[in-house]
Design a protein around this ligand. Structure first.
Ligand code: MRU
Length: 337
């Protein structure tokens, strides 16, 4: 099942914020609605955000009733800026928008522009599925029968169009008959692990246990983890990986306890021009930390920091699995354009 698709002028996306309670579909008809769904994390996961942004630009074009192609191009550019700002850390968003804007440049008429954008969005969505299957096949060589794999956040079919990256490898390994089991971190503050990864693993029938983020040290110290497998939002030429907050903690623990730590992501997550100190880290609303299920869980007026992502340095990463193969250290030399 795809978590996003286009039909008759409407983009349908599975609303991640309602899971695991309800499978409800967003019905999106403008790029503004897409940007809002991304900001509110109804659509989330770096690759899926990229695909949604591409569809958002298409929706913006389809809404235009005029015949002035230059005017429409200006509208699309404006919409692209709003989309880019929706969530700044993941590279796939900028990558998808740039792909669509390149297609736009060649268009000579409004009709042509609408067609080009819709085709490009569809291509980006189809490629995401293909890419994930390749990542899964490449990652399979790292998974041994009986492996106990710890994963963080949600990197499955709910964070991509279909199948997923790190969770895609886990899914394929299980489907191929490897008797693996998973430890899924709950992933505070928004619980993507508890709500989404648990929902997916249960559906696929993969044996798993849920742990609080703060239990990661305990399980590694007790020898209960054979490898850690996570996704990524942005990977630099140096091998620095921005991913869900808490990833860095897991990587440090894994290094300490000698547990291999792998990252899985498509090429569209790579950013070969930004320096580690310049990665834009999204800071989210304090209420995500101070409230739980709508209720205040701390003292009134408390100050909070709420970065959505952290950056793991290359020396903590055993390998990066992409659709092209597995990149080994030294990443500075082995990550190519
Ligand atoms: O804030 P989120 O839920 O969008 O963060 C998601 C992650 O950090 C994932 O690991 C990453 O986007 C890859 S999803 C295939």
């Amino acid at each position: 099942m795809r978590s996003i698709f286009f039909r008759n002028g409407v983009v349908y996306a599975l609303d991640s914020s309602k899971l695991p309670y309800r499978e409800s579909w967003l019905r999106l008809t403008s790029s503004r609605q897409v940007a809002s769904a991304i900001r509110r994390m109804q659509i989330r996961g770096a690759p899926l955000i990229g695909v949604a942004a591409a569809y958002g630009l298409s929706l913006e074009a389809l809404r235009y009733g005029g015949s002035d192609v230059e005017k429409l191009k200006k509208r699309i550019l404006k919409a692209s800026e709003e989309l880019r700002l929706a969530r700044p850390t993941g590279r796939n968003l900028g990558w998808a928008v740039e792909r669509c804007l390149r297609k736009m440049e060649e268009a000579k008429t409004v009709k042509d522009l609408k067609k080009r954008l819709l085709e490009e969005a569809g291509r980006i969505a189809d490629e995401d599925v293909e890419t994930n299957l390749r990542i899964a096949r490449n990652g399979l060589e790292l998974v041994r029968d009986g492996d106990r794999i710890l994963t963080h956040c949600n990197t499955g079919g709910l964070g991509t169009v279909e199948y997923g990256t790190a969770l895609g490898i886990i899914r394929l390994a299980w489907e191929e008959g490897r008797r693996i089991s998973v430890l899924a971190t709950e992933t505070r503050p928004l619980l993507q692990g508890a709500r989404l990864t648990a929902w997916e693993l249960k559906k696929y029938g993969v044996p798993f246990k849920l742990i609080c983020d703060s239990m990661a040290g305990y399980v590694m110290a007790r020898g209960m983890v054979d490898k850690v497998l996570v996704g990524a939002d942005r990977i630099l030429a140096t091998g620095h990986v921005a991913n869900k907050i808490g990833t860095l903690t897991l990587a440090v623990l894994a290094k300490h306890y000698g547990v291999p730590f792998y990252v899985a992501a498509p090429s569209s997550t790579f950013d070969l021009s930004t320096k580690p100190s310049d990665i834009p880290i999204e800071e989210r609303d304090p209420s995500e930390v101070t409230h739980f299920l709508g209720r205040l869980i701390t003292v009134e007026g408390v100050e909070v920091i709420n970065p959505a992502f952290d950056v793991t340095p290359p020396e903590l990463i055993s390998g990066i699995i992409t659709e092209k193969g597995i990149i080994q250290p030294p990443y500075g030399e082995n990550i190519k354009t």
